[in-house]
Design a binder for this molecule. Structure first.
Ligand SMILES: [Zn+2]
Length: 273
């Protein structure tokens, strides 16, 4: 069962973002300042230094203030954090003061924490994703294009979002099936594969990434491939089960690693051509 696919179609967060764009007649917010958009919805956006927090929302009786950490290094991440806070503004009226950090705005933690606080964070992230990358526009932009790391980069630039955000969107809505493996501190934390994917993924939860994976090259040798070599050929058996009657030479699998040195984590994008 592919939970994100199901959640995407009936997801409260994405539905609310689509609804909001439709209500105000925006096809997208690519050419409209996000802080002005938030202002139109009744929130004042302030950029200032925040301690241990990427963003926060403070809801009062009359005014709502959204604070964004001015020290966030990447503009894309600031944008995503603001969109996440707008999600709380629209979806979660009861929040008095709510803090967001790497854990709450990250795609990787939500599944584990969904039982606890995760649900509202998951909704806010889905909201942010749809607000910044409207599905119909995304689908149009990737249609007919061959999947590659370059395509992800091109789409991320167009939508002004991080490569990680665009990769998750591509997983949900892209034309070519891709699998995602997330490893942190040399241990695989989780993976996703598209519904009906024909290859079986070997269970590695909390185990090391495969010896011959590109992810492992980073953990063992600190290897980060330059842009033009970011697509690396791997064996099918690297991440998938190879059946007795199958030959590794008959498959064409690739791995592209999105590396965050700061968090010592790797998102492996794996696909077959
Ligand atoms: Zn949040």
């Amino acid at each position: 069962m592919n939970w994100i696919m199901n959640n995407h179609r009936f997801n409260k967060g994405s539905a609310a973002a689509r609804n909001l764009l439709n209500t105000y007649g925006f096809e997208s917010l690519l050419d409209f300042p996000l802080d002005l958009f938030a202002h139109g919805l009744g929130a004042t956006v302030v950029e200032k230094p925040l301690l241990n927090s990427d963003g926060r929302i403070i809801s009062g009786q009359k005014h709502t203030i959204i604070e964004i950490n001015e020290n966030i290094e990447f503009e894309e991440k600031k944008r995503f954090t603001l969109a996440h806070e707008i999600g709380h503004l629209i979806l979660h009226k009861g929040l008095d003061v709510h803090n967001d950090n790497e854990a709450t705005t990250s795609w990787f933690n939500n599944k584990e924490k969904q039982a606890k606080n995760g649900k509202i964070e998951y909704e806010a992230n889905q909201f942010a994703s749809e607000l910044l990358i409207p599905s119909h526009l995304f689908h149009e932009k990737q249609k007919g294009k061959k999947f590659s790391p370059d395509l992800l980069k091109e789409l991320a630039t167009f939508f002004k979002v991080s490569i990680t955000s665009i990769t998750f969107k591509y997983f949900e809505l892209g034309d070519h099936p891709i699998c995602l493996f997330h490893s942190h501190n040399k241990s695989v934390s989780y993976w996703k594969w598209p519904e009906g994917y024909p290859h079986y993924i070997i269970d590695r939860t909390k185990l090391e990434p495969p010896e011959d994976s590109v992810a492992m090259e980073f953990f063992e040798k600190g290897k980060i491939y330059p842009k033009q070599f970011s697509k690396q050929q791997i064996w099918k058996s690297t991440w998938f089960e190879l059946k007795d009657w199958e030959d590794d030479n008959d498959f064409n699998f690739f791995e592209y690693c999105i590396i965050s040195s700061t968090y010592n984590s790797v998102l492996s994008v794996v696909w077959e051509e």
